[in-house]
Design a protein around this ligand. Structure first.
Ligand code: GLN
Length: 453
Protein backbone atom coordinates (compact mmCIF):
# COMPACT_ATOMS: atom_id res chain seq x y z
CA UNK A 1 0.00 0.00 0.00
CA UNK A 2 2.80 2.44 0.87
CA UNK A 3 4.58 1.70 -2.41
CA UNK A 4 1.42 2.35 -4.38
CA UNK A 5 0.65 5.57 -2.48
CA UNK A 6 4.13 6.85 -3.35
CA UNK A 7 3.71 5.83 -6.98
CA UNK A 8 0.39 7.72 -7.10
CA UNK A 9 2.05 10.82 -5.73
CA UNK A 10 4.84 10.62 -8.29
CA UNK A 11 2.39 10.14 -11.17
CA UNK A 12 -0.16 12.88 -10.41
CA UNK A 13 0.54 14.33 -13.85
CA UNK A 14 -1.56 11.44 -15.29
CA UNK A 15 -4.64 12.77 -13.45
CA UNK A 16 -5.80 9.17 -13.00
CA UNK A 17 -7.02 9.66 -9.41
CA UNK A 18 -9.60 12.35 -8.64
CA UNK A 19 -9.41 11.64 -4.92
CA UNK A 20 -6.68 9.95 -2.94
CA UNK A 21 -7.59 8.27 0.35
CA UNK A 22 -4.19 7.52 1.93
CA UNK A 23 -5.39 7.46 5.56
CA UNK A 24 -8.17 5.06 4.77
CA UNK A 25 -5.76 2.96 2.67
CA UNK A 26 -3.25 2.64 5.51
CA UNK A 27 -5.97 1.76 8.01
CA UNK A 28 -7.39 -0.89 5.70
CA UNK A 29 -3.90 -2.28 5.06
CA UNK A 30 -3.24 -2.54 8.81
CA UNK A 31 -6.53 -4.35 9.24
CA UNK A 32 -5.57 -6.76 6.46
CA UNK A 33 -2.21 -7.34 8.16
CA UNK A 34 -3.98 -8.21 11.39
CA UNK A 35 -6.25 -10.65 9.58
CA UNK A 36 -3.29 -12.27 7.83
CA UNK A 37 -1.57 -12.62 11.22
CA UNK A 38 -4.71 -14.25 12.63
CA UNK A 39 -4.77 -16.65 9.68
CA UNK A 40 -8.26 -15.73 8.50
CA UNK A 41 -7.43 -13.36 5.65
CA UNK A 42 -9.75 -12.95 2.68
CA UNK A 43 -8.65 -13.69 -0.90
CA UNK A 44 -7.74 -10.02 -1.52
CA UNK A 45 -6.15 -9.27 1.85
CA UNK A 46 -3.97 -6.16 1.56
CA UNK A 47 -4.39 -5.77 -2.22
CA UNK A 48 -4.48 -2.03 -3.06
CA UNK A 49 -7.17 -1.11 -5.59
CA UNK A 50 -8.42 2.02 -7.30
CA UNK A 51 -12.18 2.61 -7.53
CA UNK A 52 -13.83 4.28 -10.51
CA UNK A 53 -15.65 7.39 -9.31
CA UNK A 54 -18.94 5.87 -10.47
CA UNK A 55 -19.03 3.54 -7.44
CA UNK A 56 -20.63 4.96 -4.31
CA UNK A 57 -18.15 4.84 -1.43
CA UNK A 58 -19.48 5.58 2.03
CA UNK A 59 -18.06 8.81 3.43
CA UNK A 60 -15.84 9.33 0.38
CA UNK A 61 -16.84 11.85 -2.29
CA UNK A 62 -18.40 10.18 -5.34
CA UNK A 63 -18.97 12.40 -8.36
CA UNK A 64 -19.16 10.32 -11.58
CA UNK A 65 -16.74 13.11 -12.62
CA UNK A 66 -19.65 15.50 -13.06
CA UNK A 67 -19.85 18.97 -11.61
CA UNK A 68 -23.46 18.23 -10.71
CA UNK A 69 -22.28 15.69 -8.08
CA UNK A 70 -19.23 17.74 -7.15
CA UNK A 71 -19.86 17.71 -3.39
CA UNK A 72 -21.80 14.45 -3.05
CA UNK A 73 -20.67 12.16 -0.23
CA UNK A 74 -22.68 8.92 -0.17
CA UNK A 75 -23.99 7.52 3.09
CA UNK A 76 -23.82 4.03 1.60
CA UNK A 77 -21.35 1.72 -0.12
CA UNK A 78 -21.91 0.01 -3.50
CA UNK A 79 -22.38 -3.74 -3.29
CA UNK A 80 -19.32 -4.39 -5.45
CA UNK A 81 -16.95 -2.31 -3.35
CA UNK A 82 -18.40 -3.78 -0.11
CA UNK A 83 -17.57 -7.23 -1.47
CA UNK A 84 -14.02 -6.14 -2.29
CA UNK A 85 -13.53 -4.76 1.25
CA UNK A 86 -15.15 -7.93 2.68
CA UNK A 87 -12.38 -9.90 0.91
CA UNK A 88 -9.63 -7.70 2.36
CA UNK A 89 -8.86 -5.25 -0.48
CA UNK A 90 -7.54 -1.77 0.29
CA UNK A 91 -8.94 1.43 -1.26
CA UNK A 92 -6.28 3.83 -2.58
CA UNK A 93 -8.74 6.38 -3.92
CA UNK A 94 -11.28 7.25 -6.60
CA UNK A 95 -10.45 7.13 -10.29
CA UNK A 96 -11.18 9.57 -13.09
CA UNK A 97 -13.70 8.73 -15.81
CA UNK A 98 -15.77 10.38 -18.52
CA UNK A 99 -18.65 12.36 -17.03
CA UNK A 100 -21.36 9.82 -16.11
CA UNK A 101 -19.29 7.30 -18.14
CA UNK A 102 -20.26 9.00 -21.40
CA UNK A 103 -17.25 8.98 -23.66
CA UNK A 104 -14.44 6.91 -25.11
CA UNK A 105 -11.42 9.03 -24.21
CA UNK A 106 -11.89 10.29 -20.63
CA UNK A 107 -11.99 13.84 -22.04
CA UNK A 108 -15.53 14.63 -20.81
CA UNK A 109 -14.59 14.42 -17.09
CA UNK A 110 -15.13 17.62 -15.08
CA UNK A 111 -11.69 16.92 -13.56
CA UNK A 112 -9.98 17.08 -16.96
CA UNK A 113 -8.42 14.44 -19.19
CA UNK A 114 -6.30 11.49 -18.07
CA UNK A 115 -2.92 10.70 -19.60
CA UNK A 116 -2.05 7.30 -20.99
CA UNK A 117 1.33 6.13 -19.63
CA UNK A 118 2.08 4.81 -23.15
CA UNK A 119 3.54 7.14 -25.79
CA UNK A 120 4.06 6.89 -29.54
CA UNK A 121 7.68 6.01 -30.36
CA UNK A 122 9.73 9.18 -30.46
CA UNK A 123 6.78 11.48 -29.77
CA UNK A 124 5.78 13.56 -26.80
CA UNK A 125 2.06 13.77 -27.58
CA UNK A 126 0.01 12.82 -24.56
CA UNK A 127 -2.40 10.08 -25.55
CA UNK A 128 -5.83 9.29 -24.11
CA UNK A 129 -6.14 6.09 -22.07
CA UNK A 130 -9.56 5.45 -23.63
CA UNK A 131 -12.82 5.80 -21.77
CA UNK A 132 -14.94 5.95 -19.98
CA UNK A 133 -12.82 3.99 -17.44
CA UNK A 134 -9.71 5.97 -18.40
CA UNK A 135 -8.49 6.55 -14.85
CA UNK A 136 -8.82 2.84 -14.07
CA UNK A 137 -6.84 1.77 -17.14
CA UNK A 138 -4.17 4.44 -16.76
CA UNK A 139 -3.66 3.73 -13.04
CA UNK A 140 -3.35 -0.02 -13.60
CA UNK A 141 -1.01 0.42 -16.60
CA UNK A 142 1.19 2.87 -14.66
CA UNK A 143 1.31 0.42 -11.72
CA UNK A 144 -0.39 2.90 -9.37
CA UNK A 145 -2.75 0.18 -8.15
CA UNK A 146 -2.85 -3.60 -8.48
CA UNK A 147 -6.27 -3.52 -10.08
CA UNK A 148 -9.28 -1.26 -10.46
CA UNK A 149 -13.02 -1.35 -10.69
CA UNK A 150 -14.55 -0.13 -13.92
CA UNK A 151 -17.90 -0.09 -15.70
CA UNK A 152 -18.87 -0.90 -19.28
CA UNK A 153 -22.04 0.31 -20.99
CA UNK A 154 -20.70 0.22 -24.54
CA UNK A 155 -17.04 -0.68 -24.22
CA UNK A 156 -15.79 1.39 -21.30
CA UNK A 157 -13.84 -1.45 -19.71
CA UNK A 158 -12.55 -3.13 -22.86
CA UNK A 159 -11.53 -0.12 -24.98
CA UNK A 160 -9.39 1.53 -22.24
CA UNK A 161 -7.86 -1.87 -21.44
CA UNK A 162 -6.91 -2.26 -25.12
CA UNK A 163 -5.38 1.26 -25.20
CA UNK A 164 -3.16 0.61 -22.17
CA UNK A 165 -2.11 -3.07 -22.50
CA UNK A 166 -4.19 -4.05 -19.47
CA UNK A 167 -6.86 -6.74 -19.17
CA UNK A 168 -10.52 -5.76 -18.83
CA UNK A 169 -13.60 -7.95 -18.63
CA UNK A 170 -17.20 -6.88 -18.95
CA UNK A 171 -19.11 -9.72 -17.34
CA UNK A 172 -22.50 -11.01 -18.49
CA UNK A 173 -25.33 -8.59 -17.75
CA UNK A 174 -26.56 -9.66 -14.30
CA UNK A 175 -23.28 -11.17 -13.12
CA UNK A 176 -22.45 -8.22 -10.85
CA UNK A 177 -24.75 -6.04 -8.80
CA UNK A 178 -25.31 -2.52 -10.11
CA UNK A 179 -26.48 -1.34 -6.68
CA UNK A 180 -24.62 1.80 -5.67
CA UNK A 181 -23.09 2.28 -9.14
CA UNK A 182 -24.15 5.58 -10.73
CA UNK A 183 -26.55 4.61 -13.52
CA UNK A 184 -25.91 5.55 -17.15
CA UNK A 185 -28.00 3.13 -19.26
CA UNK A 186 -29.42 0.57 -16.88
CA UNK A 187 -30.07 -2.23 -19.40
CA UNK A 188 -26.48 -2.05 -20.68
CA UNK A 189 -24.40 -1.10 -17.61
CA UNK A 190 -22.21 -3.77 -16.03
CA UNK A 191 -19.20 -3.42 -13.79
CA UNK A 192 -16.00 -5.43 -13.99
CA UNK A 193 -12.29 -5.26 -13.23
CA UNK A 194 -9.33 -3.79 -15.11
CA UNK A 195 -6.19 -5.67 -14.10
CA UNK A 196 -2.55 -6.29 -14.94
CA UNK A 197 -3.11 -9.87 -16.10
CA UNK A 198 -5.88 -12.30 -17.01
CA UNK A 199 -5.28 -14.11 -13.73
CA UNK A 200 -5.67 -10.92 -11.69
CA UNK A 201 -8.88 -10.10 -13.57
CA UNK A 202 -10.21 -13.58 -12.75
CA UNK A 203 -9.39 -13.18 -9.06
CA UNK A 204 -10.99 -9.72 -8.87
CA UNK A 205 -14.14 -10.70 -10.75
CA UNK A 206 -14.81 -13.51 -8.31
CA UNK A 207 -14.97 -11.00 -5.45
CA UNK A 208 -17.04 -8.49 -7.43
CA UNK A 209 -19.63 -10.93 -8.80
CA UNK A 210 -22.70 -12.46 -7.22
CA UNK A 211 -26.40 -12.10 -6.64
CA UNK A 212 -27.59 -9.08 -4.69
CA UNK A 213 -31.17 -8.84 -3.43
CA UNK A 214 -30.84 -5.05 -3.82
CA UNK A 215 -30.46 -5.39 -7.62
CA UNK A 216 -33.20 -7.54 -9.13
CA UNK A 217 -31.29 -7.74 -12.44
CA UNK A 218 -28.37 -9.51 -10.73
CA UNK A 219 -28.72 -13.23 -11.30
CA UNK A 220 -28.82 -15.82 -8.56
CA UNK A 221 -26.37 -18.40 -9.88
CA UNK A 222 -23.13 -19.62 -8.38
CA UNK A 223 -19.96 -17.62 -9.02
CA UNK A 224 -17.28 -20.08 -10.15
CA UNK A 225 -13.66 -20.00 -9.07
CA UNK A 226 -12.50 -18.10 -12.15
CA UNK A 227 -8.85 -18.51 -11.27
CA UNK A 228 -9.27 -22.26 -11.87
CA UNK A 229 -9.94 -21.43 -15.55
CA UNK A 230 -6.40 -20.11 -15.97
CA UNK A 231 -4.27 -22.70 -17.70
CA UNK A 232 -7.25 -24.91 -18.55
CA UNK A 233 -6.90 -26.52 -21.99
CA UNK A 234 -8.74 -24.84 -24.85
CA UNK A 235 -8.27 -27.91 -27.04
CA UNK A 236 -11.30 -28.64 -29.18
CA UNK A 237 -12.98 -25.32 -28.45
CA UNK A 238 -14.70 -23.75 -31.43
CA UNK A 239 -13.83 -20.07 -31.92
CA UNK A 240 -15.87 -17.94 -34.30
CA UNK A 241 -14.38 -15.22 -36.49
CA UNK A 242 -17.26 -12.95 -37.47
CA UNK A 243 -16.90 -11.77 -41.05
CA UNK A 244 -18.93 -8.60 -40.44
CA UNK A 245 -16.19 -7.28 -38.12
CA UNK A 246 -13.81 -7.10 -41.11
CA UNK A 247 -14.48 -3.43 -41.75
CA UNK A 248 -13.59 -1.57 -44.94
CA UNK A 249 -10.53 0.52 -44.32
CA UNK A 250 -9.54 -1.38 -41.18
CA UNK A 251 -5.83 -0.70 -40.47
CA UNK A 252 -3.61 -3.53 -41.72
CA UNK A 253 -2.01 -3.88 -38.28
CA UNK A 254 -5.39 -4.59 -36.66
CA UNK A 255 -6.15 -7.17 -39.35
CA UNK A 256 -2.73 -8.75 -38.76
CA UNK A 257 -3.18 -8.85 -34.99
CA UNK A 258 -6.54 -10.53 -35.42
CA UNK A 259 -5.04 -13.29 -37.63
CA UNK A 260 -2.19 -13.74 -35.17
CA UNK A 261 -4.65 -14.14 -32.31
CA UNK A 262 -6.54 -16.76 -34.30
CA UNK A 263 -3.26 -18.58 -35.02
CA UNK A 264 -2.30 -18.63 -31.30
CA UNK A 265 -5.66 -20.15 -30.39
CA UNK A 266 -5.34 -22.68 -33.23
CA UNK A 267 -1.90 -23.76 -32.04
CA UNK A 268 -3.36 -24.20 -28.54
CA UNK A 269 -5.77 -26.73 -30.07
CA UNK A 270 -8.86 -24.61 -30.74
CA UNK A 271 -10.78 -24.87 -33.97
CA UNK A 272 -11.31 -21.57 -35.83
CA UNK A 273 -14.48 -21.13 -37.87
CA UNK A 274 -15.90 -18.23 -39.83
CA UNK A 275 -19.25 -17.09 -38.46
CA UNK A 276 -21.78 -14.47 -39.47
CA UNK A 277 -23.41 -11.85 -37.22
CA UNK A 278 -25.48 -10.15 -39.94
CA UNK A 279 -26.92 -7.29 -37.88
CA UNK A 280 -23.55 -6.00 -36.65
CA UNK A 281 -23.69 -2.87 -38.80
CA UNK A 282 -26.82 -1.66 -36.99
CA UNK A 283 -25.35 -2.06 -33.51
CA UNK A 284 -23.62 1.31 -33.19
CA UNK A 285 -26.57 3.46 -34.37
CA UNK A 286 -28.98 1.41 -32.24
CA UNK A 287 -26.69 1.72 -29.21
CA UNK A 288 -26.53 5.50 -29.61
CA UNK A 289 -30.33 5.56 -29.38
CA UNK A 290 -30.86 3.11 -26.52
CA UNK A 291 -28.01 4.43 -24.32
CA UNK A 292 -29.00 8.14 -24.49
CA UNK A 293 -32.69 7.22 -24.03
CA UNK A 294 -31.97 5.42 -20.77
CA UNK A 295 -29.47 8.09 -19.75
CA UNK A 296 -32.02 10.89 -20.21
CA UNK A 297 -34.34 9.05 -17.85
CA UNK A 298 -31.64 8.14 -15.29
CA UNK A 299 -30.22 11.66 -15.20
CA UNK A 300 -33.61 13.23 -14.45
CA UNK A 301 -32.81 12.74 -10.74
CA UNK A 302 -30.08 15.42 -10.80
CA UNK A 303 -32.41 18.32 -10.23
CA UNK A 304 -30.63 20.39 -7.60
CA UNK A 305 -32.89 19.01 -4.86
CA UNK A 306 -31.66 15.51 -4.18
CA UNK A 307 -27.91 15.52 -4.78
CA UNK A 308 -24.89 17.71 -5.12
CA UNK A 309 -24.94 21.05 -6.86
CA UNK A 310 -27.78 23.57 -6.47
CA UNK A 311 -27.90 26.81 -8.43
CA UNK A 312 -30.29 29.60 -7.45
CA UNK A 313 -33.38 30.58 -9.41
CA UNK A 314 -36.44 32.80 -8.94
CA UNK A 315 -38.66 29.71 -8.78
CA UNK A 316 -38.21 25.95 -8.68
CA UNK A 317 -38.24 25.46 -12.48
CA UNK A 318 -35.55 28.08 -12.90
CA UNK A 319 -33.55 26.42 -10.09
CA UNK A 320 -33.76 23.06 -11.96
CA UNK A 321 -32.75 24.69 -15.23
CA UNK A 322 -29.84 26.65 -13.79
CA UNK A 323 -28.56 23.63 -11.87
CA UNK A 324 -28.64 21.36 -14.92
CA UNK A 325 -27.22 24.05 -17.24
CA UNK A 326 -24.33 24.62 -14.87
CA UNK A 327 -23.84 21.06 -13.62
CA UNK A 328 -23.80 18.98 -16.81
CA UNK A 329 -21.06 19.06 -19.44
CA UNK A 330 -21.61 19.30 -23.20
CA UNK A 331 -21.59 15.56 -23.96
CA UNK A 332 -24.04 14.78 -21.16
CA UNK A 333 -26.38 17.53 -22.38
CA UNK A 334 -26.16 16.11 -25.92
CA UNK A 335 -27.13 12.65 -24.64
CA UNK A 336 -30.03 13.98 -22.56
CA UNK A 337 -31.35 15.86 -25.60
CA UNK A 338 -30.98 12.89 -27.97
CA UNK A 339 -32.52 10.57 -25.39
CA UNK A 340 -35.47 12.83 -24.70
CA UNK A 341 -36.05 13.24 -28.43
CA UNK A 342 -36.06 9.51 -29.25
CA UNK A 343 -38.43 8.81 -26.35
CA UNK A 344 -40.85 11.62 -27.18
CA UNK A 345 -44.37 10.77 -28.31
CA UNK A 346 -43.91 11.54 -32.00
CA UNK A 347 -40.56 9.76 -32.42
CA UNK A 348 -40.71 6.81 -30.02
CA UNK A 349 -41.79 4.26 -32.67
CA UNK A 350 -39.39 5.53 -35.30
CA UNK A 351 -36.29 5.55 -33.09
CA UNK A 352 -36.48 3.94 -29.66
CA UNK A 353 -38.81 1.07 -30.53
CA UNK A 354 -36.93 0.35 -33.74
CA UNK A 355 -33.60 0.37 -31.90
CA UNK A 356 -35.00 -2.13 -29.40
CA UNK A 357 -36.06 -4.41 -32.27
CA UNK A 358 -32.58 -4.16 -33.76
CA UNK A 359 -31.20 -5.04 -30.35
CA UNK A 360 -33.22 -8.26 -30.33
CA UNK A 361 -31.84 -9.16 -33.77
CA UNK A 362 -28.26 -8.52 -32.62
CA UNK A 363 -28.83 -10.78 -29.63
CA UNK A 364 -30.31 -13.47 -31.88
CA UNK A 365 -27.27 -13.35 -34.19
CA UNK A 366 -25.10 -14.35 -31.23
CA UNK A 367 -27.58 -17.00 -30.04
CA UNK A 368 -27.60 -18.59 -33.51
CA UNK A 369 -23.84 -18.61 -33.52
CA UNK A 370 -23.58 -20.24 -30.06
CA UNK A 371 -26.31 -22.74 -31.03
CA UNK A 372 -23.97 -23.99 -33.77
CA UNK A 373 -21.47 -25.00 -31.08
CA UNK A 374 -19.27 -21.91 -31.09
CA UNK A 375 -17.68 -21.47 -27.64
CA UNK A 376 -16.41 -17.91 -28.07
CA UNK A 377 -15.93 -15.24 -30.72
CA UNK A 378 -12.63 -13.48 -31.46
CA UNK A 379 -12.56 -9.87 -32.70
CA UNK A 380 -10.30 -6.83 -32.47
CA UNK A 381 -11.07 -4.77 -29.34
CA UNK A 382 -10.79 -1.36 -31.02
CA UNK A 383 -10.44 -0.05 -34.58
CA UNK A 384 -7.18 1.77 -33.70
CA UNK A 385 -4.59 2.26 -30.98
CA UNK A 386 -4.82 5.15 -28.50
CA UNK A 387 -5.09 8.62 -30.04
CA UNK A 388 -3.93 12.01 -28.78
CA UNK A 389 -5.79 14.20 -26.29
CA UNK A 390 -7.92 16.61 -28.32
CA UNK A 391 -7.40 14.64 -31.53
CA UNK A 392 -10.89 13.19 -31.97
CA UNK A 393 -14.54 14.11 -31.70
CA UNK A 394 -14.16 17.91 -31.48
CA UNK A 395 -16.47 19.03 -34.25
CA UNK A 396 -18.00 15.63 -34.91
CA UNK A 397 -19.10 13.53 -31.93
CA UNK A 398 -19.71 10.55 -34.24
CA UNK A 399 -15.97 10.33 -34.87
CA UNK A 400 -15.63 9.48 -31.17
CA UNK A 401 -18.62 7.11 -31.18
CA UNK A 402 -16.96 5.05 -33.96
CA UNK A 403 -14.39 3.87 -31.41
CA UNK A 404 -17.04 1.63 -29.91
CA UNK A 405 -17.78 -0.28 -33.09
CA UNK A 406 -16.46 -3.66 -31.84
CA UNK A 407 -17.59 -3.34 -28.24
CA UNK A 408 -21.22 -2.13 -28.19
CA UNK A 409 -22.67 -5.35 -29.69
CA UNK A 410 -21.65 -7.21 -26.53
CA UNK A 411 -23.63 -4.83 -24.27
CA UNK A 412 -26.62 -4.88 -26.62
CA UNK A 413 -26.64 -8.70 -26.33
CA UNK A 414 -25.81 -8.76 -22.60
CA UNK A 415 -22.84 -11.09 -23.18
CA UNK A 416 -19.47 -11.28 -21.44
CA UNK A 417 -16.47 -9.82 -23.29
CA UNK A 418 -12.80 -9.63 -22.37
CA UNK A 419 -10.08 -7.41 -23.86
CA UNK A 420 -6.58 -8.82 -23.69
CA UNK A 421 -3.32 -7.14 -24.75
CA UNK A 422 -2.13 -8.87 -27.90
CA UNK A 423 0.45 -6.74 -29.70
CA UNK A 424 1.61 -3.29 -30.72
CA UNK A 425 1.12 -1.03 -33.70
CA UNK A 426 3.89 0.49 -35.84
CA UNK A 427 4.23 3.34 -33.30
CA UNK A 428 4.80 0.96 -30.42
CA UNK A 429 1.32 1.42 -28.94
CA UNK A 430 -0.63 -1.45 -27.42
CA UNK A 431 -3.45 -3.18 -29.29
CA UNK A 432 -5.96 -5.57 -27.80
CA UNK A 433 -8.12 -8.45 -28.93
CA UNK A 434 -11.62 -9.14 -27.68
CA UNK A 435 -13.18 -12.50 -26.87
CA UNK A 436 -16.97 -12.70 -26.56
CA UNK A 437 -18.52 -15.59 -24.65
CA UNK A 438 -21.78 -17.34 -23.97
CA UNK A 439 -23.92 -15.88 -21.19
CA UNK A 440 -22.35 -16.53 -17.77
CA UNK A 441 -19.38 -18.33 -19.32
CA UNK A 442 -16.70 -15.85 -18.23
CA UNK A 443 -14.52 -18.85 -17.28
CA UNK A 444 -13.98 -19.79 -20.94
CA UNK A 445 -12.94 -16.20 -21.69
CA UNK A 446 -10.29 -16.37 -18.97
CA UNK A 447 -8.93 -19.68 -20.37
CA UNK A 448 -8.79 -18.31 -23.92
CA UNK A 449 -7.58 -14.87 -22.84
CA UNK A 450 -4.64 -16.38 -21.07
CA UNK A 451 -3.56 -18.15 -24.28
CA UNK A 452 -3.51 -14.80 -26.11
CA UNK A 453 -1.91 -12.85 -23.27
N1 GLN B 1 -18.17 5.18 -25.37
C1 GLN B 1 -19.50 4.73 -25.11
C2 GLN B 1 -20.41 5.90 -24.77
O1 GLN B 1 -19.91 6.97 -24.75
C3 GLN B 1 -19.51 3.71 -24.01
C4 GLN B 1 -19.32 4.28 -22.68
C5 GLN B 1 -19.40 3.24 -21.61
O2 GLN B 1 -19.26 2.05 -21.85
N2 GLN B 1 -19.68 3.69 -20.41
O3 GLN B 1 -21.56 5.75 -24.56
Amino acid sequence: TDAHLSAMEAARVLNAFVMETPDQARAMAREADAEIAKGDAGPLAGIPLGIKDLFATKGVRTTACSKILGNFVPTYESTITSQLWRDGAVMLGKLNNDEFAMGSSNETSCFGPVGNPWRRDGSNTTLVPGGSSGGSASAVAALLCMGATATDTGGSIRQPAAFTATVGIKPTYGRCSRWGVVAFASSLDQAGPIARSVRDAAILLRSMAGHDPKDTTSVDIAVPDYEASIGKSVKGMKIGIPKEYRLDGMPAEIEKLWSEGAAWLRSAGAELVEVSLPHTKYALPAYYIVAPAEASSNLARYDGVRYGLREQGRNIIEMYENTRAEGFGAEVKRRVMIGTYVLSAGYYDAYYLRAQKVRTLIKKDFEDCFAKGVDAILTPATPSAAFGIGEKGGADPVEMYLNDIFTVTVNMAGLPGIAVPAGKDAQGLPLGLQLIGRPFDEGTLFSLGEVIE
